[in-house]
Write a protein that binds this ligand. Structure first.
Ligand code: ZN
Length: 278
């Protein structure tokens, strides 16, 4: 690779992130419905008019069209440009951390999987197997890149996280049962009712293996700890507002947030923690 000034690489990474974010929007919408992510091209969900390339520029098109479809003027959710912008900024941050090195691919892929988890879990209460299981496999495959955790540490962290989450799932299921708390399955999930009674869904358990594979042991522990901390803070906030919680809270977004923070700062946090002398 010829040397590219870091600023130029960061601009390239940001533009790539915006485009990937646009693809993640399509994937989050189509994969849960069992549709192809490649064909046909994007169309307006309101009127079905194919979206022309000039109206498909990440973030910019949405702003220029003031969040409406060009043909039918129906509103287009701000979630679309938000996901594109977030992915662009995450890729920018990754480029600053890794520079123009193969490790950028490792970071960019992990962050893309996290963005996808947030979208599908918040909207459909699912984390795709392509993200969790496929992500774990990809994380192990990229573990040998310079700066990545290495194969054996990644495998250890992945398996360890999975077993730890299985344990948490068993405990939370027993706890919910003993307190006779019933978690209401969201619409369309009546058949998966049992999964919601466990407090922690299967998707979360599988996603933990993906976090472990990408982060490795130290940052992996930081990532999972942050997930539970953020999830618990949110849960307490919800409970403090009163009322018995019956609707499930998707845990994927907390894992994505904890995992992303750990990707950037996990090693530093882990070493600071170790140096305290525990
Ligand atoms: Zn339309």
């Amino acid at each position: 690779m010829s040397a590219m000034p870091p600023e130029v690489f960061s601009v390239f990474a940001t533009l790539l992130g915006l485009a990937v974010g646009s693809f993640l929007n399509v994937a989050a919408w189509r994969i849960p419905l069992g549709k192809s992510v490649v064909r046909p091209g994007s169309a307006c969900p309101g009127c079905g008019t194919p979206i022309s390339p000039r109206d498909n520029i990440p973030v910019l098109s949405w702003i220029l069209l003031r969040g409406r479809c060009r043909s039918c003027r129906c509103r287009i959710s701000p979630v679309y440009p938000a996901v594109e912008l977030a992915t662009g900024l995450l890729f920018l941050a990754a480029s600053v951390k890794t520079g123009m090195s193969p490790l950028f691919i490792h970071h960019a892929l992990f962050l893309s999987l996290m963005v996808l988890s947030v979208r599908t879990d918040m909207e459909h209460f699912i984390i795709l197997d392509q993200v969790s299981i496929g992500g774990a496999a990809a994380g192990l495959g990229l573990a040998l890149l310079p700066g990545a955790p290495g194969l054996v540490p990644a495998l250890t962290a992945s398996g360890g996280a999975f077993l730890f989450f299985l344990l948490i799932r068993a405990f939370s299921a027993a706890y919910l049962k003993s307190r006779q708390v019933r978690v209401e399955a969201p619409q369309g999930f009546e058949e998966e009712e049992e999964d919601f009674q466990s407090g922690l869904g299967w998707g979360d358990v599988k996603l933990s293996a993906c976090l472990g594979a990408f982060l490795g042991p130290g940052p992996g522990v930081v990532g999972l700890f942050l997930s539970f901390l953020l999830g618990a803070l949110y849960g307490v906030g919800v409970l403090a507002r009163g009322g018995k919680r019956t609707r499930p809270i998707p845990f994927g977004p907390f894992m994505a947030l904890g995992g992303s923070i750990a990707l950037f700062f996990g090693r530093g946090i882990w070493e600071a923690y170790r140096s305290i002398g525990f």
